[in-house]
Design a binder for this molecule. Structure first.
Ligand SMILES: Nc1ncnc2c1ncn2[C@@H]1O[C@H](COP(=O)(O)OP(=O)(O)O)[C@@H](O)[C@H]1O
Ligand SMILES: [Mg+2]
Length: 302
């Protein structure tokens, strides 16, 4: 089992819930939710006429994730892991709205989300699809489902996932607005987020971790400035700033994965800021830049 949440995690969750309450608008009636929840884990819903029609309508646009497209290496199991009914409906909706034309191939798979390359009517996009249920949860579902005492759980989990995506979307917008180099969000619906794609037809741009850096100092300066503008102008802390969440694109760094970023007012904001700056300084020092945490912090704060 997972360890109990730390006080930081509890705080973050509380902030997320507050955020959701502030802006949350349910897209559908609760009854519809419940109907979907009942059927979620089985594929029986696919046999229903309206869904099978819907699926037929978009099936050819999902070839890249079904393993039937031009990329033979795509594992059909990805589809089964990611695309439950709810997710398929969200993708359908985004396709109807013209934000996605085709899903082409999986870029990356994480614990919480899969990222796909997509083609859109205006070019390309990255589509981050958050898993609606985590593995632990899925395993337990068979014991929980149908037990009236646990009726609320599943819905709550979905809501948290949707809240998380909404938060990543809002953070991205707020950062992009200040000119910070992040993928600009195009659209979101439930657990699916569409944003700028950093990469080419071959694959995504490399992570800073995987790049040979000749001249680290200007990169350090640019990233420290990123943190400063984020703190001062966007009033956010990334909170997971690392060489894994920075892509090297068009000869410069682009910061991704901003779901966990918190507002300045968050009780642990300063702590996260120090941690982000420390990680960046450590990266720079490993690459031979002579810099210390206090002077870097001073640049961010003053
Ligand atoms: N906008 C994007 N353009 C290109 N690749 C991306 C983009 N966003 C994410 N990726 C790829 O997906 C991986 C995981 O994305 P990330 O947002 O860091 O999710 P996670 O929460 O799983 O860490 C990244 O390391 C990168 O390779
Ligand atoms: Mg990441």
């Amino acid at each position: 089992m997972d360890a109990p949440p730390s006080s930081t995690e509890v705080d973050i969750e509380a902030e997320n819930i507050a955020l959701a309450e502030e802006k949350w608008k349910e897209d559908e009636e609760i009854a519809h939710h419940k109907e979907m929840d009942k059927k979620e884990d089985s594929w029986s819903w696919m046999k229903e006429k309206r869904f099978s029609n819907m699926f037929k309508e978009i099936e050819h646009r999902l070839e890249g994730v079904l393993g039937t497209g031009r990329f033979e290496w795509v594992d059909r199991r990805v589809f089964d892991q990611v695309f439950d009914q709810r997710t398929l409906l969200a993708v359908y909706k985004l396709m109807q709205q013209g934000h996605i034309d085709t899903l082409d191939w999986p870029i990356a798979r994480g614990k919480e989300a899969h990222v796909f390359h997509a083609t859109t009517p205006n070019g390309v996009a990255a589509v981050k699809i958050f898993h609606t249920s985590n593995a632990v949860f899925k395993g337990l579902m068979q014991y929980i489902e149908g037990d009236p005492r646990f009726g609320g759980l599943r819905r709550r989990h979905h809501e948290l996932v949707n809240i998380w995506v909404r938060k990543e979307h809002r953070n991205m917008m707020r950062m992009a607005k200040q000119g910070l180099k992040v993928p600009e969000p195009h659209a979101l619906f439930r657990n699916v987020l569409v944003m700028d794609y950093f990469g080419d037809e071959e694959g995504p741009s490399p992570r800073l971790r995987d790049v040979d850096v000749d001249d680290p100092e200007p990169i350090f300066d640019e990233l420290l400035e990123w943190i400063r503008v984020c703190w001062k102008d966007a009033e956010l802390v990334h909170a997971d700033f690392s060489e894994y969440n920075i892509l090297w694109h068009d000869d410069g760094p682009r910061v991704i994965d901003v779901g966990q970023a918190v507002a300045k007012g968050h009780p642990h904001a300063e702590e996260f800021l120090v941690r982000d700056v420390t990680r960046l300084v450590e990266w720079a020092r490993r690459h031979g830049v002579d810099v210390e945490v206090p002077e870097a912090m001073a640049h961010v704060l003053y």
